[in-house]
Design a protein around this ligand. Structure first.
Ligand SMILES: CC(C)(COP(=O)(O)OP(=O)(O)OC[C@H]1O[C@@H](n2cnc3c(N)ncnc32)[C@H](O)[C@@H]1OP(=O)(O)O)[C@@H](O)C(=O)NCCC(=O)NCCS
Length: 233
């Protein structure tokens, strides 16, 4: 920020070589160690261009610091939807998760996970690739990072010999996922929970029919509920 103009009454402090904190002058006497207690305006600027990389990991090689950042975001943002084992750092091995990450070490900017599941529809079982936990930390949004991880995860699902791929989102994001080939079929209803008495999962489902078999049975998906198992993703 050297040389850049700040709003009147503000000054900047460099933290490492990357971040600059802009402070109101009334806080000048306080030390950086006390910054968590400040109630005044603190904003982060980036004093060098960001150069993040897109990487892909499995449970075997996902670095712990990325696992923590993914999980911490999920625990805050989707605190009411995800019921995780609080001791598990990653998605269960059973779901063969593949994590797509845009990061500039050690900071994770954006993430999407692809998981392996199965779904049932009209008495048939289909292998299903799930797209899960698409997120970008707020400071890094609208720079195309989620697009990168969703594109990479969608390509992974396309080539993974799945019958279908499924995600849930909100109607406002239909256009975003639509850019990568995901479609919303209003007639499709998803169920989750115990198979004996499943509950309707009425979030906005988007699907891709990948195998010939699934394409042939698309009408089943539109006329019968799709049971996704005890929990969604
Ligand atoms: C949804 C979310 C993942 C998007 O992350 P993001 O990194 O901002 O996504 P992108 O930058 O790839 O795209 C977001 C928008 O910015 C636009 N964009 C991309 N690069 C841009 C740029 N350089 N300048 C301006 N806009 C840009 C994209 O076109 C897209 O527009 P759209 O919303 O009209 O489709 C992020 O907002 C988030 O984490 N939200 C909270 C969690 C959540 O809801 N996740 C989705 C669960 S389904």
């Amino acid at each position: 920020m050297e040389g850049a103009s700040l709003p009147e009454g503000h000054r900047s402090i460099s933290i490492g070589h990357r971040f600059v904190i802009t402070l109101e002058s009334s806080h000048r006497q306080r030390t950086v160690d006390k910054r968590a207690n400040w109630l005044g305006n603190i904003c982060y600027n980036f004093d060098q261009p960001l150069m993040p990389n897109l990487s892909r990991f499995t449970n075997n090689d996902l670095p712990d610091h990325f696992a923590h950042q993914i999980r911490d975001f999920i625990r805050i943002h989707w605190y009411d939807a995800f019921q995780y084992d609080i001791h598990a750092l990653t998605i269960s091995d059973e779901l063969a998760p593949v994590y797509f990450v845009v990061a500039e070490e050690p900071a994770l900017f954006s993430h999407a996970a692809a998981v392996t599941r199965s779904v049932e529809c009209n008495g048939q079982t289909y292998s299903c690739g799930g797209l899960s936990a698409v997120l970008t930390y707020p400071a890094f949004r609208k720079r195309g990072y989620a697009s990168q991880v969703v594109q990479a995860a969608t390509e992974h699902l396309n080539t993974g010999s799945f019958d279908v791929a499924l995600l849930w989102t909100t109607p406002e994001r239909e256009r975003f996922y639509g850019r990568f080939g995901w479609e919303h079929h209003p007639a499709i209803r998803t169920l989750k929970g115990s198979q004996a008495s499943p509950e309707v999962y009425d979030d906005f489902a988007m699907i891709r029919f990948l195998s010939e078999r699934a394409q042939k049975h698309q009408v089943d998906f539109e006329t019968h509920p799709v049971y996704v198992g005890p929990y969604s993703w």
